[in-house]
Design a binder for this molecule. Structure first.
Ligand code: DQA
Length: 145
């Protein structure tokens, strides 16, 4: 497998950003443990974070031809607003797991709707950084198609 992890806006601030909601691990720490976990299973994992919707769309589009087999996507606040990111994911037609660190359903109403969930293979919310690892372990069990 070749897995691309997409992190949306403000996730570069993990570790210091509302740690009671998002945990105390930094994005680098989360990414490093995902890379290590993938490597142990002979998979390749790369990560991309941007605060810009357009950059996220462009990187997702590249996944159509760069060998990516699956994506793990935490679009952060764009989850709740972005038709463009949804369309990009639909256009590349690669399966993806949607992940949120926090349980968005326990939070404000505006976080209850996701533009991505109905096109995702699955959705993991509320398990903190472990949600990314759970998504990765699931993907590593899937046949490469
Ligand atoms: C988030 C939840 C979103 O509602 C929020 O805007 C984020 C992070 C999460 O991982 O819990 O930035 O995607």
């Amino acid at each position: 497998h070749q897995i691309l992890v997409i992190h949306g806006p403000n996730l570069n601030m993990l570790g210091t950003r509302e740690p009671e909601i998002y945990g105390s691990l930094t994005l680098d720490q989360i990414n490093q443990s995902l890379v290590d976990c993938a490597r142990q299973e002979q998979a390749i994992l790369s990560t991309f974070q941007s605060n810009s919707e357009g950059e996220l769309v462009t990187r997702i589009q590249q996944a159509r031809t760069d060998g990516t087999t699956w994506l793990i996507v935490n679009a952060a606040a764009y989850t709740h607003t972005s038709v463009a990111i949804r369309d990009a994911l639909a256009a590349v037609a690669k399966p993806f797991v949607e992940v949120h660190l926090s349980n968005v359903h326990q939070r404000e109403d505006f976080r209850h709707h996701s533009y991505l969930s109905d096109v995702a293979k699955g959705v993991i919310v509320g398990l903190g950084a472990w949600g990314y690892e759970a998504a990765l372990r699931y993907i590593l069990q899937q046949p490469v198609s």
